[in-house]
Write a new protein. Structure first.
Length: 102
């Protein structure tokens, strides 16, 4: 797969990154190598391959992995908001930190 310079610049723009000219070509090559490798992996038939990682807890804590989801009151909201400089219950109001010129 060939990644174009324009594609790198587009992704950098989406991520709010400013790349120097030399970085554009470096990242283009890196992304191209990554996607070429992913294409190779996608071509492999893995339908008969058993999973190699366990994502569910096993052993003594296995019941925790299957518990029902329940909503609980954290009971710390008032305490947390008391330390906030500009609270608006039940939220924290924060200043905008990302400014972007059109």
């Amino acid at each position: 797969m060939k990644i174009t310079r324009e594609a790198v610049l587009h992704v950098a723009d989406l991520a709010h990154l400013e790349l120097k000219e030399g970085e554009v070509e470096t990242y283009r090559q890196h992304l191209d190598e990554i996607l070429t490798y992913v294409e190779k992996l996608n071509a492999l038939d893995t339908s008969g391959v058993e999973p190699m990682a366990q994502v569910v807890a096993v052993g003594a804590d296995s019941a925790a992995a299957w518990r029902e989801d329940e909503v609980h009151d954290a009971a710390v909201t008032a305490e947390a908001l008391a330390a906030a400089p500009d609270p608006a219950p039940p939220f924290f109001r924060v200043p905008k930190v990302i400014e972007r010129e059109p």
